[in-house]
Design a protein around this ligand. Structure first.
Ligand code: ATP
Length: 314
């Protein structure tokens, strides 16, 4: 085949704990990541010339080398020069549904889709762990996006332990169209405010890894206890983002008033998600929040959790 169409799902963070500074300059994290139904579509096509081309209609998505999907294709060309020479370049057409810069890993998921798609286009036959190893070179969230589902992510987010699949949980997402949180700002501010007195050296980092607080959330997932998962949602970055962004706080409060299982900001925000037991309840929550906030700038989506990572569209 000379073309593939892939589905590239977004993720939410059911849990995000910042442990400290790593010697390599990244933050040591413990996260529980969950794929959701809201997805982009990535259409990949082999070209007869040796160029990589990205096309996307969304005004905030770059179409040059800074696009994560472009970087993924470039990495594949460098790692597999013979296949690149044999099969030629690729055109990557991105159909965006996932809001951009939203804390939903849209760009990371697109990069994951390109790695999976080029593996197919070039008949490389890479294993899941080889695909994830390549993905980690693009970004910390990219390996998770390959496999999807529910996973515990440690290290800088690239060390993954699969968790049992969550079925039948519904998600309402809310994001103000013109609101953006700059991810490095969120981490830097958290570091300044909370990490000044500890976890600077490798030894204490090792000790702190033993004292993470994700255990109850992981148990709730094993028990498939939606109510408990809702109560245990956690994101350290909320501590710095909520005081600075009152709209995010207000959205969170509106979800709570609507009687959801739980609500939390995803990643560094500004998207807020809420968990619901049924699709009907999720739709009712969406309507109630829309009516209580009455802001034309607020976008709301209803979707579900999914067990899917990157997959070929049928
Ligand atoms: P994360 O949750 O991984 O921090 P995010 O959801 O906050 O990611 P993205 O939607 O991935 O953010 O976009 C972050 C920035 O990356 C955007 O401002 C955009 O300019 C750039 N970008 C590069 N490639 C892509 C892509 N394929 N899709 C979306 N944004 C991209």
């Amino acid at each position: 085949m000379r073309s593939y169409s892939l589905i590239s799902p977004a993720k939410i963070n059911l849990y995000l704990e910042i442990i400290g500074d790593r010697p390599d300059g990244y933050h040591e994290l413990v996260m529980v990541l969950q794929s959701i139904g809201l997805s982009d579509r990535i259409n990949l096509r082999s070209l007869s010339t040796d160029i990589i081309r990205v096309q996307c209609d969304h005004p905030q998505v770059p179409q040059d080398k800074s696009n994560l999907a472009y970087r993924a294709a470039e990495l594949m060309a460098v790692k597999f020069p013979e296949a690149f020479a044999q099969y030629g370049g690729v055109e990557i057409a991105i159909e965006k549904q996932i809001p951009v810069g939203a804390g939903l890993a849209g760009g990371s998921s697109n990069a994951a889709a390109v790695i999976v798609g080029i593996d197919l286009l070039w008949h490389l036959g890479l294993t899941q762990s080889e695909l994830q190893e390549l993905a980690a070179k693009i970004g910390s969230d990219v390996p998770f996006c390959i496999a999807g589902g529910t996973a515990l992510a440690t290290g800088r987010g690239e060390e993954l332990s699969p968790l049992p699949n969550l079925d039948r949980l519904y998600v309402v997402l809310g994001k103000y169209r013109n609101l953006a949180v700059y991810t490095p700002w969120a981490y830097q501010t958290y570091r300044q405010q909370y990490l000044s007195s500890y976890v600077r050296d490798a030894d204490s980092l090792e000790a702190r890894r033993e004292r993470v607080h994700s255990g109850p959330m992981v148990r709730a997932i094993y028990n498939k206890d939606g109510a408990k998962i809702g109560q245990l949602l956690h994101n350290d970055l909320e501590k710095v983002v909520l005081p600075e962004y009152p709209q995010v706080l207000r959205l969170r409060e509106a979800f709570i008033s609507a009687g959801v299982l739980g609500t939390m900001m995803s990643g560094s925000g500004p998207t807020v998600f809420a968990l619901c037991e049924t699709e009907a309840q999720a739709q009712q929550v969406q309507q109630q929040v829309r009516q209580s906030i009455l802001d034309p700038d607020l976008d709301l989506w209803v979707t579900g959790v999914t067990t899917n990572g990157i997959h070929v569209s049928t």
